[in-house]
Structures are given as structure tokens and as C-alpha cells.
Design a protein around this ligand. Structure first.
Ligand code: PLP
Length: 386
């Protein structure tokens, strides 16, 4: 029976407990496991290599993305680092988006400067720039769509096909949409990474990541390296993640509903200079988003039209939007890109990526959208009076 995602999220790992008949799988915190006899390890021997709770979460993640297997890691960054460690050797080329998540940018930039691999940051929405990059025979192409923070959408299927023609593997960072709204493996990607810290967990109380692979061979290789370099996720985090995953579908759908209401409001707000959301016809890649995604997502960015003092006042006046990094939790957050999420990116690189100092990014939560809009309105009014 092929299950729909809502069903996978709710039912994964239920009723597997043999001892007590627990409906919800119990958490296994033990770091080590006894051997059945001399030289006879059981299914698990040490929790860095394998842990029953992590196994359940990994199965759920792989099934949600339609992959052969998943490795749950200690963070989204360690998931991306794991992919690069496995698939890139010194001298190999990585092609990454010029407007990727700031932490990914910093990782690639710093490690390439130490000779771990080479990196080329490219505007993947520009066909000529992409073709020029692929002509340099990369080993790995990272796709991040919608991009962070400008929510530009690129064509996963077209990029994967072009990358495969030059022998490159493709990995999609699917953090911003979750498997509920986008399924990169079905569009031809070889690997998917997530910061599970975001929508997958959804409650801002876990830092974790995952790599999901289309093939069993890659899954085995990634699991081996995950244990080897010690980036696998903790049992407690796996348990919380699994609990958060149960409601993924309803959370994401309601959050994106709220986001659409906020986009509608922000379109009419004079202190908004430019608005970014994949639902907007003028947003880069809107047509691709319509066919590639099953929704437009709950991240919204905009350029504030006032002076810096007014922007600061606006942020201070907000009551329901917390000034904080991260995204995808049930609570609404707002961040100032240049000083927060993308502070690790050099100012010139931010400029090249189109990230201005007045850019704000909202992660829309599950509060009532009328309350969220009323809060934005009072903060805009207060900022306008300054
Ligand atoms: N990828 C994207 C798109 C992100 O937004 C983030 C974090 O914000 C990461 C990866 C890194 O994830 P983590 O913070 O869990 O290490």
C-alpha cells in the first residue's frame, strides 16, 4: 500500500514495541548494547553507529522524501558537511547557489580556502551562468530552492538533468518547504538535505539535520561516514523530531495559509519597498514554483522602506514576531538578514546575492493570521511616526 505523507508522518514506527505493546515507540537512550555472546554483536552495538530511536526517525524521514535511506545528523550543517565529505575530494568542484543559506556559504568558503574542495557560487536561475559552471565538470551541485532569504525558485528537474549530463551528483536543500510541499528525489535529485531544526521538527526545540538518498548504495555510504566522522544525531533529538514530524502536514499547510494572508497585507503596506514570496507573479521563478511545489511555503521576505532607525523601531514594537534566527517553528519569527542569518557572508557577497541591509525575513507561524496582521500594522504605524 502506498501511503500519503500525512499517514507516513503519523504512523511511522507505531506499535513496534514488543515488551509493553507501546503504541508510541519508546526512546532508547543507551549509548552501548551488550553482545549476545563472544563476537556476536546484536543489531546495535554503539549509539554513534546506530540507535533504535534514531533508526525510526531516519525511516520516517526517508519515507517522507521517497528515498532509500536517511542519516539523521546533529545539525543541518553537519548534514551538508557529511555530503561534501563523502562526495568531494581535494580538487573536486562543488557548484552552490550564490544566495544559499549563509552558514552553507561560510562552510564552503572556509573549507575551500583550506583545500578540502573547490567551490563556485553561481546564480542558478541564470542559464548561461549555470551552463558555464557545469562546463567546469563539478562533482556535486547543491540546489537550494526557494532560496534563503530571497525565495527565488529554480528548476530542480532541469538543473539535475544538466548536472547529470556532466557526471555530477545533485543534492537539494529542501529545508524551506519540507517534503510536504516539494519532493526533490522525484524531480531527479540524488540526495536531499534538511535542517530538521526547522519545519520537520517544527517546535524550535531541536537542532538536527538529515541526508536522504535516492539509492541504497548512497544511503549505506553516508551511514558509514556519518558514524566515521561522528555527526549522527542524538536519541533524545530523534525522539523529539519524531514527535514533531507527526503534525508536519497540518502545520505546514496552516502556516502557508497564514503566510498568504500576510503577503496580501504587506502588498498594501507603504513601508514595504519590495516583497518576496513564491506566490507573487513577479517573484523569480514563480512559474516554476507553480508546477514544482505543491504550495508556496510560509517564508516571506521584504525590504523595509524607511531609515535604519525606523526599521529598528518597527522590530522593537512587534509583539507576536520574535526577533530571532531560524524558521519553521509554530511561533512567528522575524530576522534582519544582514546582521543575523547572513552575517557570515562578506558584504560584497551579500550585495552580489541581492541581499540589502533593509531586508527582513519572516517565518510565519501558527498564530491566528488576524492577530499577526494586527501586530504588523501597529508596528508599521509606530515606525512611520518616528
Ligand atoms: N539549510 C538551510 C536552508 C537553513 O536555513 C539552515 C539553517 O538556518 C541550514 C541549512 C543549517 O541548519 P542547522 O541550523 O540545523 O545547522
Amino acid at each position: 500500500m502506498t501511503l500519503k505523507q500525512g499517514t507516513i508522518a503519523v504512523s511511522s514506527g507505531l506499535n513496534i514495541d514488543q515488551q509493553y505493546g507501546c503504541v508510541v515507540p519508546p526512546i532508547t537512550l543507551s549509548s552501548t548494547y551488550n553482545f549476545a555472546d563472544f563476537n556476536q554483536p546484536r543489531a546495535h552495538d554503539y549509539s554513534r553507529r546506530g540507535n533504535p530511536t534514531r533508526d525510526i526517525a531516519q525511516r520516517a524521514l526517508a519515507d517522507l522524501e521517497g528515498g532509500a535511506g536517511a542519516v539523521l545528523t546533529s545539525s543541518g550543517m553537519s548534514a551538508i558537511h557529511l555530503v561534501c565529505t563523502v562526495f568531494l575530494k581535494p580538487g573536486d568542484l562543488l557548484v552552490a547557489p550564490h544566495d544559499c543559506y549563509g552558514g552553507s556559504y561560510r562552510l564552503f568558503d572556509s573549507l575551500s580556502k583550506r583545500g578540502a574542495y573547490r567551490v563556485l557560487f553561481v546564480d542558478q536561475g541564470n542559464p548561461q551562468a549555470l551552463a558555464d559552471a557545469l562546463a567546469q565538470q563539478p562533482k556535486l551541485v547543491l540546489i537550494e530552492t526557494p532560496s534563503n532569504p530571497l525565495l527565488r525558485v529554480v528548476d530542480i528537474q532541469a538543473i539535475c538533468e544538466a548536472a547529470h549530463q556532466v557526471g555530477a551528483l545533485t543534492v537539494v536543500d529542501n529545508t524551506f518547504l519540507s517534503p510536504v510541499l516539494q519532493q526533490p528525489l522525484k524531480l531527479g535529485a540524488d540526495l536531499v538535505v534538511h535542517s530538521c531544526t526547522k519545519y520537520l521538527n517544527g517546535h524550535s526545540d531541536v537542532v538536527a539535520g538529515t541526508v536522504i538518498s535516492k539509492t541504497a548504495e548512497h544511503a549505506t555510504e553516508l551511514a558509514w561516514w556519518g558514524n566515521n566522522i561522528g555527526v549522527t544525531g542524538a536519541a533524545f533529538d530523534s525522539y523529539l523530531l519524531l514527535r514533531g514530524l507527526r503534525t508536519l502536514g497540518v502545520r505546514v499547510k496552516q502556516q502557508q495559509q497564514n503566510a498568504l494572508a500576510i503577503v496580501d497585507y504587506l502588498q498594501k503596506q507603504p513601508l514595504v519597498k519590495k516583497l518576496y514570496h513564491p506566490s507573487l507573479p513577479e517573484n523569480q521563478g514563480h512559474d516554476i514554483a507553480r508546477r514544482q511545489q505543491s504550495g508556496f511555503g510560509a517564508m516571506v521576505s521584504f525590504e523595509f522602506a524607511g531609515e535604519e532607525a525606523a526599521l529598528r523601531h518597527f522590530l522593537k514594537e512587534l509583539k507576536l514576531f520574535t526577533l530571532a534566527e531560524s524558521l519553521g517553528g509554530v511561533e512567528s519569527l522575524i530576522s534582519h538578514t544582514a546582521t543575523m542569518t547572513h552575517a557570515g557572508m562578506a558584504p560584497e557577497a551579500r550585495k552580489a546575492a541581492g541581499i540589502s541591509d533593509s531586508l527582513l525575513r519572516i517565518s510565519v507561524g501558527l498564530e491566528d493570521s488576524e492577530d499577526l496582521i494586527a501586530d504588523l500594522e501597529q508596528a508599521f504605524q509606530a515606525a512611520a511616526k518616528r
